[in-house]
Design a protein around this ligand. Sequence first.
Ligand SMILES: CC(=O)SCCNC(=O)CCNC(=O)[C@H](O)C(C)(C)COP(=O)(O)OP(=O)(O)OC[C@H]1O[C@@H](n2cnc3c(N)ncnc32)[C@H](O)[C@@H]1OP(=O)(O)O
Ligand SMILES: CC(C)C(=O)C(=O)O
Ligand SMILES: [Mg+2]
Length: 542
Amino acid sequence: MAVKRTYDENTVVIFDTTLRDGEQSPGATLSSAEKLEIARQLSRLGVDVIEAGFPAASPDDLKAVQRIAQEVGTEDGPTIAGLARAVEGDIRTAWEGVKDAAHPRIHTFLGTSPSHLRMLRIDEEEGLQRIRKAVTLAKSLCDDVEFSPMDAGRTDMEFLIKACAVAVECGATTLNIPDTVGYVTPKEWAEKIEQLIQETPGAGPGSGVIWSVHCHNDLGMATANTLAAVQSGARQVEVTINGIGERAGNTSMEEVVMALHTRKSAYDVRTNVDTTQFMKTSRMVSNYMGMPVQPNKAIVGANAFAHESGIHQDGVLKDAETFEIMTPESVGLHTSRLVLGKHSGRHALKVRLAELGYNVDGDALNQVFSRFKVLADAKKNVTDADLEALMTDEFHKPQEFYRLDDIQVTCGTMGMPTATIRLSNNKGETFIQAGVGTGPVDASYRAVDLVAKVPNTLIEYSVHSVTEGIDALGEVTVRIGEPNGNRTFGGYGADSDVIVASVKAYMAALNRMIASLGNESIQPEGDAATLGTHSEKTDVAE
Ligand SMILES: CC(=O)SCCNC(=O)CCNC(=O)[C@H](O)C(C)(C)COP(=O)(O)OP(=O)(O)OC[C@H]1O[C@@H](n2cnc3c(N)ncnc32)[C@H](O)[C@@H]1OP(=O)(O)O
Ligand SMILES: CC(C)C(=O)C(=O)O
Ligand SMILES: [Mg+2]
């Protein structure tokens, strides 16, 4: 059901920048299809503004923003924003990106702190002129213009007020104050925002200008700083799902929104967010970006509603309120009446998936049902988290240049860990290879490398079980990088066999890398076996 967004003076506008600043997290590259799907979920979550990307960054970014504007930026949907430096080309490209949305926004920015002015090789006077030019141009294209004085946290107050005043005079309707490097403290930030609201000509209370903040988490204070700004009158917060973003990340949306909702008496504001969509959105972003959520992460971490110690368990059993300030259901963590296991049929699975927000029918239902049965054979109860992992693994793979067909591994203390794999490519060819490594995962990855021949470095590998128990579904996320480049690519895989999950995750990351390099640039050379012609040949890599 579509979220109905309503506004009054106590509404805090939720500006989501998962697809822009969040995607600036190292390795968090997404395909356009994934961005579109996340944008749809953000819309269901009820965010007010989606910053869909930085259209001038690349033709792919522009296309992704355009699709989101066209397909998610509907009349009753969120505003779609595109980011632009304070330069004409960026601003015009940002407009190309968002113009088809029912509610488009251009967001332009310029560094204002001494070090940022030095980076730009300009003085304050030139900075003011660039802001004037940029905001005036943006306003000539789009009614809704946001301006950010980048690194405002370290900008001299007098100059910051001048910069904001120029932006408002030229038509900016939202003034976003970024703590770009996560430097400020909550008290300083609250005072700064209050002073800006009081002293910026043309932008005081009643002017119609929305004050916003955009905090980074370098000192772990992004949520505290954002909430302090709300108490000082900020009515837009720029946030990301799971707090992802540059370096230590941005302010986490789920933390800020749940604080505003749970501590209503402290903040006395409202949002349009349907908080029951948080778990689903968090898992989607984590899985697509290949960035695991730490178990003790507030709101969406695996332990956020788990009680381990006796006194806590006793208290929660007597009355959940003793140790819970929010209900798990309020963030979309459900305990279902339906216990799914090996004796469950399609009807129960379909209903449970629908409760989780996945409407699957026909072939798709059959496809997921057969995966479900394999899993149910391997473990007693199939939980919601298992189902979410299975859905992501089954239906949200990046474009597949290579697919895992089969794998067999031998390992242990006798002999060398060896993996034999069968992969097929998108031309229908099949390859068999074997690899030897320090362990079963290493051996499998070496075997995959013999087929795919995509030079890369494994930067990160993490495995965790979706639920408790020895039979739990294993989730693996990996991050690989170009050997001499800056770009990294994430991948996700889930399976009741962690080696299979590991290979799926690695192949998802490899497929992303191949897509970004161009399909033609990487093809296996003729030494792999093509089963179709029965010219089987096995290489063993060490
Ligand atoms: C705090 C933030 O999150 S800001 C957003 C950061 N996001 C990104 O940078 C992702 C997208 N960026 C990109 O794809 C590229 O940086 C591009 C396409 C925008 C520009 O690429 P290039 O032209 O090769 O420039 P490059 O990235 O090397 O350097 C940035 C240039 O922009 C200038 N610049 C930086 N911010 C601004 C700004 N707000 N307004 C105007 N110019 C700016 C820098 O001074 C530098 O200019 P110079 O070449 O004259 O020294
Ligand atoms: C572009 C701006 C808002 C930004 O991301 C920052 O300053 O951190
Ligand atoms: Mg930022």
